[in-house]
Write a protein that binds this ligand. Structure first.
Ligand code: ASP
Ligand code: MG
Length: 405
C-alpha cells in the first residue's frame, strides 16, 4: 500500500464530467490498495471570473477580501469532487486549507507556506478515508485566509506531499510531462523520463511553462520527488527529482525558446565607476525586466552595454534611458533592435562536458543562422537570433545534441 498525493489542476476538474473522471481515477488508485490525498484547483476559469467580478465592484479591491473570495473557488471544487467520490463508493472527506493545517506567512494574495500541521489529514487517513484538500490557500497565524499566488495549487500539493510523507506525488495536468522542446515547434521532441529540479527551473525561466516555479523550488528545498503527467491518459509522465550521477551523461536535457525579445545597445559610455549601476538602475526603477547583459570596452576607451528585454518594454526602456544618458555623457547613444528571439540549451551535463557551447554555435553556423548575443550560466547557454529563424534554430540544436526522437 502506498500513500499518493495527486494534484489536479483547474482544467482537469473543469466540468461535471471531468470531476467524474477525476473521481474514477482516484477510485482506480484506491482499488489498487493505495491511499490518496488529492489536492485540487478551482474549476477552470473560476478564479479569473471571481477576479473580474471583484474588479467590477472595486477599483482596487482589498487584498484581504480577494483572498476570501478567491479561496472560495477551491472550496467549491473540493466539495464537488468529494461528493462525486462518495457517490461511487469511495469514502471521502474534503479539507479547506485551514482544516488541512496549511500555515502561511507573507502578505495577502502572495502567501507563502510556512508549515503544515497535517493532523486532521492523518486522522482521516488512519480511518482509511480519501482526503480532498483545497489548493492555493492557507491561513496565517491570525487565522486570516491567504492565497498563494496564481497557479499556487502546485505548491500546496508539493507541501502536502512533504508533510504527510507521501510515497509518491503526482502533478496531473493537461500536458503529458516535460519535453526536450516544445513539440509544436520541434516535431521530434521527446518526453523526458526524468529531469532535475534545476533543469526544470532553468527551462521554466526561459519560457517552458509546466508548473509554477515556486513549487519546484519548494520541492527542491524539501527533497520532494514528483511526477508530472496527464490527467487524461495513463501514460507515464516525467519524474522531477534531485540530480544523480547518471543524469550528467546527457549533455543537454532540453531546449527552450522565447519570442518577442528586443535588444538595446548603448554606446559611448565613459569607462568610469558607477556608470553601469546608473544605467541599469534607471531600468529597474521603470520596472523593466532585463535579461541577457553583454558589455565591453571599445578601442576608444568608451564602454558599450547591450541587453535584451521583452518587446513590450522597449518603449518604456528608451524613455527611461534617454534621461540618464543625457546626464552621463553627451556621446552616449541608444540603438535598438526588435524582432529577435532567444534560444536556450539547458542541462546539468554541461558542467562535466566541454565544447558544449561550441557545438551549439557550430550547428547554428552550419545552418546559416546568425547569432546575436550570447550568455551562459552553469547549466544554460542562451543565444539570440532573428525571430523568423527561431523555430529552425531550435530544431537544428535539438538535432545537434541528439535529442531527436
Ligand atoms: N485557482 C488558482 C488559479 O487559477 C490556483 C491554481 O489553479 O493553481 O491560479
Ligand atoms: Mg488554475
Amino acid at each position: 500500500m502506498a500513500l499518493i498525493v495527486q494534484k489536479y489542476g483547474g482544467t482537469s476538474v473543469g466540468s461535471i464530467d471531468r470531476i467524474r473522471n477525476v473521481a474514477q481515477r482516484i477510485k482506480a488508485e484506491r482499488d489498487k490498495g493505495n491511499q490518496v490525498v488529492a489536492v485540487i484547483s478551482a474549476m477552470g476559469g473560476v478564479t479569473d471570473k471571481l477576479i473580474s467580478m471583484a474588479n467590477e465592484l472595486g477599483q482596487e479591491p482589498a487584498e484581504r477580501e480577494l483572498d476570501v473570495l478567491l479561496s472560495s473557488g477551491e472550496q467549491q471544487s473540493i466539495a464537488l469532487l468529494s461528493i462525486a467520490l462518495n457517490e461511487i463508493g469511495v469514502d471521502t472527506v474534503s479539507a479547506t486549507g485551514r482544516q488541512a493545517g496549511i500555515l502561511t506567512s507573507g502578505s495577502h494574495t502572495r502567501g507563502r507556506i510556512e508549515d503544515i500541521k497535517p493532523d486532521l489529514i492523518n486522522n482521516y487517513l488512519a480511518a482509511d478515508k480519501t482526503v480532498v484538500v483545497a489548493g492555493f490557500q492557507g491561513t496565517n497565524p491570525d487565522g486570516l485566509i491567504h492565497t498563494l499566488g496564481r497557479g499556487g495549487s502546485d505548491l500546496s500539493a508539493i507541501a502536502v506531499a512533504s508533510a504527510v510523507k507521501a510515497d509518491l506525488c503526482q502533478i496531473l495536468t493537461d500536458v503529458d510531462g516535460v519535453y526536450t522542446a516544445d513539440p509544436r515547434v520541434v516535431q521530434k521532441a521527446r518526453k523526458l523520463p526524468e529531469i532535475s529540479y534545476d533543469e526544470l527551473l532553468e527551462l521554466a525561466s526561459v519560457g517552458t511553462k509546466v508548473m509554477q516555479s515556486r513549487s519546484v523550488e519548494f520541492a527542491k528545498k524539501y527533497g520532494v520527488k514528483f511526477e508530472v503527467r496527464s490527467s487524461l491518459n495513463e501514460n507515464p509522465g516525467t519524474i522531477v527529482t534531485e540530480e544523480h550521477e547518471a543524469m550528467e551523461s546527457v549533455v543537454i536535457r532540453g531546449v527552450s525558446i522565447e519570442r518577442s525579445q528586443a535588444r538595446v545597445t548603448i554606446t559611448g559610455i565613459p569607462d568610469t565607476p558607477g556608470m553601469s549601476g546608473k544605467i541599469l538602475g534607471s531600468l529597474a526603477e521603470a520596472e523593466i525586466n532585463i535579461d541577457m547583459i553583454v558589455s565591453n570596452i571599445a578601442h576608444d576607451r568608451l564602454a558599450r552595454h547591450s541587453f535584451t528585454m521583452h518587446t513590450n518594454d522597449l518603449g518604456r526602456a528608451q524613455s527611461a534611458l534617454k534621461k540618464v544618458l543625457d546626464e552621463i555623457s553627451p556621446e552616449a547613444e541608444i540603438e535598438t533592435e526588435a524582432g529577435i528571439a532567444k534560444l536556450s540549451c539547458v542541462g546539468i551535463g554541461m558542467r562535466s562536458h566541454s565544447g558544449v557551447a561550441a557545438k551549439m554555435f557550430e550547428s547554428l553556423g552550419e545552418a546559416g543562422i546568425n547569432i546575436g548575443m550570447i550568455s551562459t550560466s552553469e547549466i544554460k547557454i542562451s543565444v539570440t537570433v532573428d525571430e523568423g529563424e527561431i523555430e529552425k534554430a531550435a530544431r537544428v540544436v535539438h538535432t545537434a545534441f541528439n535529442l531527436d526522437d
